[in-house]
Design a protein around this ligand. Structure first.
Ligand code: PEP
Ligand code: MG
Length: 850
């Protein structure tokens, strides 16, 4: 009997199956006859085709059974059908080598690794398609010879340490990108060896191709001048990530367990068609289905000179990097840092040297830039999927997602996207890219079901964050459903009920209404003003950048928008929006808010928000350079169209007699102010443009983000209508901690007493001139922080929408007197940890008094 790592190889040359299904059955029968599988495994292999595309690339396909049916495999084996004439497989692709896999334990990964190498050797593959010698095919599938560029020498470098992978889900893209970042921090050469496989620690895809799983032992070694220090740095990163990885895996398992737990709430009485998948985001959705077609675009091969092609690829990669950064930033602010990490990891994928090298090789061979890029992405993604590890298969989806973005930058005609119907629907899709999912509007997408994917994919994580009930891995039949079919999607049990009877619809509605009633009870609370028990009201706004995000913010209890970051208009597009485009956005924003207050922040470019297409001079310390208001004052070509667009929106949308002050429907504020002359210059520009347009006056405010502005708040208050404290930047500048420095991130706490004292000074300065003060930095969304800020004298808090309910509840449960006492206490503490320790005590005091 063969050992699991040396599967039996059964070969049939010159096969001519009529179609895909016959090919699978024929290969399965070879395995049955050899005693490798139970006959029932044949059905499992056919089922797998319904949920996954087993086309590996270059005419090689790998049918195999479902994971849950592994018990039907008696002995590892491969059945290879050589089909010289080809058999249609998937999406117009023909299979010439059908490699049916029956694998026990990890045999699968060994076989796939051999196959992925084989498909890089096109000449050999071409021979295998027609050879009449089965031994030639068997030899190709039994060798472990490394493919060029995939594996290096198996010797370790002079400085080394050994580590056993203890990340529960193995080395996936997020930790791997942290390794790459640490390895790139120095000039030493660093490699990671697992058995005979070696990867350069500075390239992400090479690391991922090692397919490291929990329990694997690796040797990480380095050579070069700073090798010992570089290795120590990498070791700290590698081991430092363990705790977080374990916690993330536990959270994912909990989410999946919750999603998989059946609901006791409603039951199906009448038979109807049911499509089963895996529950990925709990909840019930009822509505018509809408099927999204594939987004594949035909990428033409249009050769061009290497120099201009290289430049175009470079520019496209740069602007995609900036787009991803913006997306990570926006997702971080809307949905949280964990979700933002998805896009940070995607940015690492496109920076991968192997990927770029491959694209360049193809261009050198004479292919066009778009074609070369597309091929490189497809090949790399194919290799990642082929490793047989579901986590890496999900990263292949990420690579394709990000690859699409670059393609759209190379040639806007290659932009692929989805159009949604106007009426709310349940969305059905083959799979959805994370960036498409992040952009879904829960008001229009009632539920989501995908043919492929898994409950821990980024798409599922984002759907849960957005609260969209979802089912994944529901099979390809899903996509054949006629548009408009009424369905009930149960994201808890992972089922989609089609054409349900009136009785079942009523039962499902009843259950959904009960869920809704509970949520509405919470929503009623969210809708109440943030008024403390002793009657002090704090205004509550949301940080929202686009009109389509407004309804969700309002549903969470926002009373307006306290911060609209306009740089995203520039970052997302990859070019500078004109005055008319900006006007349309501001107007749509005002309309969405229906008279509620909107504070638009003028462009805050610089620091962490770089815009490549503006080609601004490179600075050594961009956080201390020409950013925010400093840039606006130097670049009237950027500032004036924005102010014109804003005043035109004010003229057209702000009715006569609208409130002024804190409740004004539109206010403008300027970022990164450090001095009075900046404010007077900006005010003068506003006044000139306002008069030219004939627009009404709007409150003009400034952000307090630099200690100088907080200290001089009284002087600044004389020249502006309001302040909004940007605690994210105020903390970085007060504590001298770069807000992007991950190592110092735990110390960059906005509750540091020094920051709180600056907030207090700002409020005191504003009070001297009767100005109101808001806070729109992250700490405003922390319930304890929000209470402290109110106690320090802040009038308005603006935050990411999903933080609103908890903040409102906390403020409503407190008294201003308590919060003021707490604020005095906090400012007197020695450090942030002691301030945070007051949290529990404040609760005790409040309880004792009530
Ligand atoms: C801040 O600095 O707190 C702020 C709200 O601005 P941003 O995060 O956009 O720099
Ligand atoms: Mg800021």
């Amino acid at each position: 009997m063969s050992a699991p790592t040396a599967p039996r190889v059964l070969i049939r040359t010159a096969a001519a199956p009529a179609d895909k299904e016959s090919a699978i059955r024929e290969a399965a029968q070879l395995l049955v006859a050899a005693g490798c599988i139970d006959p029932a495994y044949e059905g499992s292999m056919l089922r797998r085709e319904g949920v996954a595309n087993t086309y590996l690339g270059h005419g090689v396909v790998i049918p195999h059974g479902m994971v849950d049916d592994r018990a039907l495999v008696r002995e590892s084996g491969l059945a290879v059908l050589q089909v010289p004439a080809g058999v249609a497989w998937h999406d117009g692709q023909d299979a010439h080598l059908v490699v049916a896999i029956a694998a026990q334990s990890d045999t699968h990964i060994t076989i796939l690794r051999r196959l992925t190498r084989l498909i890089q050797d096109e000449a050999r593959l071409a021979r295998l398609r027609t050879t009449q010698d089965p031994a030639e095919i068997a030899a190709a599938l039994s060798e472990d010879a490394p493919a060029p560029g995939v594996a290096g020498p198996a010797a370790d470098l002079p400085h080394a340490f050994t580590w056993t992978v203890d990340y529960p889900t193995g080395l996936h893209a997020r930790p791997a990108s942290a390794w790459v970042e640490a390895a790139r921090g120095g000039s030493a050469r660093i490699q990671v060896r697992h058995g005979a496989e070696v990867a350069d620690a500075k390239t992400l895809i090479a690391l991922l191709q090692l397919g490291l799983r929990a329990g694997d032992e690796v040797v990480i070694s380095a050579e070069g001048e700073d090798a010992p220090a570089a290795l120590a740095r990498l070791k700290a990163t590698v081991t430092g990530l363990s705790a977080g990885e374990k916690a993330a895996a536990a959270r994912a398992a909990e989410a999946v367990a919750k999603a998989a737990a059946p609901v006791a709430g409603w039951n199906l009485a009448d038979p109807c068609r049911i499509v089963s998948g895996i529950g990925a985001s709990p909840g019930l959705a009822i509505g018509p289905v809408h099927v999204l077609g594939p987004t594949d675009v035909a990428v033409p091969d249009e050769p061009e000179p290497l120099t201009s092609g290289g430049d175009r690829l470079h520019a496209a990669l740069e602007s995609t990097g900036a787009q991803l950064k913006a997306l990570a930033d926006d997702t971080g602010r809307r949905l949280g840092q964990a979700d933002a990490g998805i896009f940070k990891a995607q940015a690492e994928l496109i920076a991968d040297t192997d990927l770029i090298t491959l694209a360049c090789q193809l261009m050198v061979e004479g292919h066009g830039v778009a074609y070369a890029w597309h091929q490189a992405v497809e090949r790399m993604a194919g290799q990642l999927s082929a490793l047989g590890n579901p986590v890496l298969a999900a990263r292949a989806a990420d690579l394709r997602d990000v690859g699409r973005r670059v393609l759209a930058q190379i040639d806007p005609a290659l932009r692929s996207g989805h159009a949604l119907p106007d009426a709310p629907c349940i969305l059905l899709a083959p799979d959805l890219a994370p960036s498409d999912t992040a952009g879904l509007d829960p008001a229009r997408v009632l539920g989501l079901a995908t043919a492929q994917g898994g409950p821990t994919s980024h798409t599922a994580i984002l759907a849960r964050t957005l609260g969209i009930p979802s089912v994944v891995a529901a099979g390809a039949n899903l996509l054949a459903l006629p548009a408009g079919t009424t369905a009930i999607l149960d994201g808890t049990t992972g089922r989609l009920y089609l054409d349900p009877s009136e009785g079942d619809l009523a039962a499902a509605r009843h259950w959904r209404d009960r869920l809704r009633a509970t949520q509405e009870e919470e929503a009623r609370e969210r809708g109440l003003p943030a008024r403390t028990r002793d009657g002090h009201a704090v205004a509550i706004g949301a940080n929202v950048n686009t009109p389509d995000q407004v309804p969700f913010a309002l549903s969470q209890g926002a009373e307006g928008v306290g911060l609209m970051r306009t740089e995203f208009l520039f970052l997302e597009r990859g070019d500078t929006p004109g005055e008319d485009d900006q006007y349309a956005t501001y107007r749509a924003m005002l309309e969405a808010l229906e008279g509620r207050p909107l504070i638009v922040r003028a462009l805050d470019i610089g620091g962490d928000k770089q815009v490549p297409h503006l080609a601004l001079p490179k600075e050594e310390n961009p956080f201390l350079g020409v950013r925010g208001a400093r840039l606006l004052l130097r670049r009237p070509d950027l500032m004036e169209p924005q102010l014109r667009a804003l005043y035109r929106a004010a003229k057209d949308c702000v009715p006569a007699g609208a409130p002024t002050g804190k409740d004004a429907p539109l206010s403008i504020m300027f970022p990164m102010i450090t001095s009075v002359p900046e404010v007077t210059a900006l005010r003068a520009a506003c006044e000139r443009i306002r008069t030219e347009i004939g627009a009404p006056e709007v409150p003009l405010g400034i952000m307090i983000e630099v200690p100088a502005a907080a200290i001089q708040a009284d002087a600044l208050a004389a020249h502006c209508d309001f302040f909004s404290i940007g605690t994210n930047d105020l903390t970085q500048y007060a504590l001298a901690i770069d807000r992007q420095n991950t190592e110092l991130a735990p110390e960059a706490d906005s509750l540091h007493p020094a920051v709180l004292r600056l907030v207090r000074m700002t409020c005191e300065g504003a009070a001297r001139h009767g100005r109101y003060v808001g806070v729109c930095g992250g700490i405003a969304g922390d319930p304890f922080g929000a209470g402290l800020l109110a106690g320090l004298g802040v009038h308005e808090l603006s935050m990411t929408p999903r933080d609103l309910p908890a903040v409102k509840a906390r403020l409503r449960a407190a008294t201003l007197a308590d919060l003021e006492a707490l604020a005095i206490d906090a400012c007197a503490q020695p450090d942030a940890a002691s301030v945070r320790a007051l949290d529990g005590k404040a609760g005790e005091t409040a309880e004792a008094r009530s």
